[in-house]
Ligand binder design. Structure first.
Ligand code: GCO
Length: 485
């Protein structure tokens, strides 16, 4: 593998998100997000892990961007913290927060010139890929109208997006509205594993909600938020700024456990509920038929006006792809815990005849299945008309308690990246319209409910001193991405 394995303008980058790397959660006027509040509850199993400091990119962004350039990456996918810009979700702007992203973006863009002038290492800058929301809804909006459940969020999100386009769009040409809205809807409102943690039955730290309806309402509003932001961009900015806008969707590949008809159906149903929930409306203007048939009246409907703004609302589709599960037909059973009684994932398993689907990473859900990436991309190509795609997240984790030097010898990660990128190349060779690849993640960071017990970085971070040390996988990328002059 080398740069030449892909078309000439193929983009390589790394991805992070604001809450996972910035820290400075209460500096320079940032307001709480729902994750700050969620993590303050006593008794969460993240053991007092918080986003207060994480890996402090807020203060160390220059060092991190220097590192990206040194490793020969072309681009950086980061997210903007809504409550850093609007601490109350709407209204008064926090200019110190606005200035942070100016510094970050400007340093990425200056980077190339600077290095080139002084050391003649690289004439390239780091291209910013900005994502407007990665789970961290302003807490103020949660309190004002129940966050994603309140229809007012559609206008408020579009206003926030509009402000970001206006402030940064002269330099940012690649926008995403959301990262993994499915995760927000399903984990936030079905099993309550993620903020704002609502579900039907008392379970873990969940507060009372309705797992049968709320995920669908939240998802519907998320789709409308996305579409309204895209509408603003297209009407007011796209022509002059000449950028591109899309959305980031997570997609586990679901492989039928057996060739039987019912397992095939279960796998297709899972794909529809996982990817189709969001991609189907964006491409075709309606929810997948399987969802309509199963969820029936609990599934909101798009009005004519909504279809007009939702259908076709992405110039690019980001796919976050890590793993694959087997899917088998199972009938929902009321004794299953919440989150397993839902309409979608019921019946997924990690093994077939006692054999795991692939080598396991540290996270319980993550198995190394490179052919799953191939199938996932080819599926999007076939079912959704081969849209412009970016493989926007891909990677694996090690346990958090490893130390240097062992933590630097991440041979399993090197193998993971090599085999996945080879499969990605195969999809491109077979006509898939994939234009870029982003590794998750540049740095070890705050891994949501796993706190700091999981390391996804190609760079080791000592969580006490915050010192960064590239792992073997970082050097693997550096070599693969080197530009022969
Ligand atoms: C996402 C992911 C990331 C995770 C990564 C590893 O939504 O983009 O949840 O934030 O850190 O997927 O689990």
């Amino acid at each position: 593998l080398s740069r030449d394995s892909f078309p000439k303008d193929f983009i390589y980058g790394t991805a992070t998100s604001a809450y996972q790397v910035e820290g400075a959660a209460h500096q320079d006027g940032r307001g709480d997000s729902i994750w700050d509040v969620f993590l303050r509850q006593p008794g969460l199993e993240v053991n007092n892990a918080s986003g207060e400091v994480t890996v402090d990119q807020y203060h160390r962004y220059k060092e991190d961007i220097d590192l990206m350039a040194k490793l020969n990456f072309d681009a950086y996918r980061f997210s903007i913290s809504w409550s850093r810009i609007f601490p109350n979700g709407t209204g008064k702007v926090n200019w110190k927060g606005v200035a942070y992203y100016d510094r970050l973006i400007n340093y990425m863009l200056q980077k190339g010139m600077f290095i080139n002038y002084l050391t003649f290492v690289s004439p390239f800058c780091i291209t910013p890929y900005a994502n407007l929301n990665h789970y961290d809804l302003p807490q103020a909006l949660q309190e004002r109208y129940n966050g994603w459940l309140g229809r007012q969020v559609v206008k408020d999100f579009a206003d926030y997006a509009d402000f970001c386009f206006k402030m940064y769009g002269d330099r940012v040409k690649n926008w995403f509205t959301f990262n993994e809205p499915r995760v927000v809807a399903a984990l936030g409102y079905d099993n309550g594993y993620f903020a704002p943690s609502r579900c039907s039955q008392p379970y873990g730290n969940c507060t009372a909600g309705d797992s049968g309806t709320e995920p669908y309402v939240a998802a519907h509003n998320l789709i409308l938020c996305h579409a309204s932001a895209v509408q603003r961009y297209r009407e007011k900015y796209q022509k002059s700024q000449k950028g591109r806008i899309g959305i980031l969707l997570d997609f586990v590949w679901y492989e039928p456990l057996t060739r039987g008809k019912s397992d095939e159906y279960a796998a297709q149903r899972a794909r529809d509920f996982h990817l189709g929930w969001f991609l189907h409306p964006i491409v075709y203007g309606e929810y997948p038929k399987t969802m309509q048939n199963i969820v029936k009246d609990r599934l909101p409907k798009f009005t004519k006006e909504e279809v007009n703004i939702v259908k076709g609302s992405a110039d690019v589709i980001g796919i976050n792809q890590y793993t694959a599960f087997y899917m088998q037909h199972v009938t929902v059973n009321k004794s299953m815990p919440p989150g397993y009684q839902n309409d979608w994932q019921v019946g997924f398993v990690y093994e077939k005849n006692g054999v795991p689907i692939g080598p396991k990473a540290y996270s319980y859900w993550l198995y190394e299945v490179p052919w799953g990436l191939y199938k996932a991309i080819m599926y999007v190509k076939e079912r959704y008309g081969n849209p412009t795609m970016i493989l926007a997240e891909n990677g694996m984790d090690q346990p958090g308690n490893v130390t240097i030097p062992d933590g630097l010898k991440d041979t399993q990660r090197v193998n993971y990246y090599r085999s996945y990128i080879q499969q990605l190349k195969k999809t491109v060779d077979e006509g898939a319209n994939v234009i870029g690849y982003f590794a998750w993640s540049l740095l070890d960071n705050f891994e949501w409910r796993l706190g700091y017990t999981s390391r996804f970085g190609i760079t080791f971070v000592d969580f006490k001193t915050l010192k960064r040390t590239p792992k073997m996988s970082a050097y693997w990328f550096q070599k693969m991405l080197s530009r022969k002059h």
